[in-house]
Write a protein that binds this ligand. Structure first.
Ligand SMILES: [Fe+2]
Ligand SMILES: [Fe+2]
Length: 168
């Protein structure tokens, strides 16, 4: 039997980024409220799970090993996105500003993904150079992801919780 392919932490997270980018593209082309809502909900679920994986497992493993400022900024960017995510999930596509909120979320995520994996000296490249077991983290994250996705499918995940700021 072929060995099951495992992804290291960065491969897993990068794949998530591509998936969400595709969903945002689908949203742009979507027609009608129900289609838009369905795609937006998928985007929100993907992002909530992704943020949890990074905040519970990936970022803590990098603390003290990569730029402190970059990590702090990443947490705050997550929290900024969560405000929109929770708002979008609570609303409907017929509401005023719905499309604008999804668009601004997309822009925020694009910016954040750049800092994680695209710009010079990004977080992922720093992590690759650091003394971190990316394979072990990948395994841990894949297991947590499966658990969270299952929870999302059976009843849904609670609203995203911020970790760096109070919300009203
Ligand atoms: Fe990410
Ligand atoms: Fe992130």
């Amino acid at each position: 039997m072929a060995e099951q392919e495992t992804q290291d932490a960065i491969q897993l997270l990068t794949e998530d980024h591509r998936k969400v980018e595709q969903l945002f593209e689908q949203f742009e082309k979507a027609d009608g409220s129900s289609q838009k809502e369905e795609i937006a909900r998928r985007i929100c679920t993907e992002l909530k799970v992704h943020a949890m994986l990074e905040e519970e497992i990936f970022y803590p493993a990098l603390r003290g090993k990569i730029s402190e400022d970059d990590l702090d900024e990443a947490y705050v960017e997550h929290d900024g996105a969560k405000l929109l995510i929770n708002d979008i999930e609570a609303g409907g596509a017929d509401e005023e500003f719905y499309d604008a909120k999804v668009k601004v979320l997309q822009e925020q995520i694009e910016h954040h993904v750049k800092e994680e994996e695209k710009e010079q000296d990004n977080i992922f490249s720093q992590a690759r150079k650091a003394d971190v077991d990316l394979e072990a983290l990948g395994e841990q994250m894949a297991a947590r992801k499966a658990e969270l996705m299952e929870r999302a499918q059976s009843g849904g995940l609670p609203p995203a919780e911020t970790s760096t700021m109070e919300t009203i």
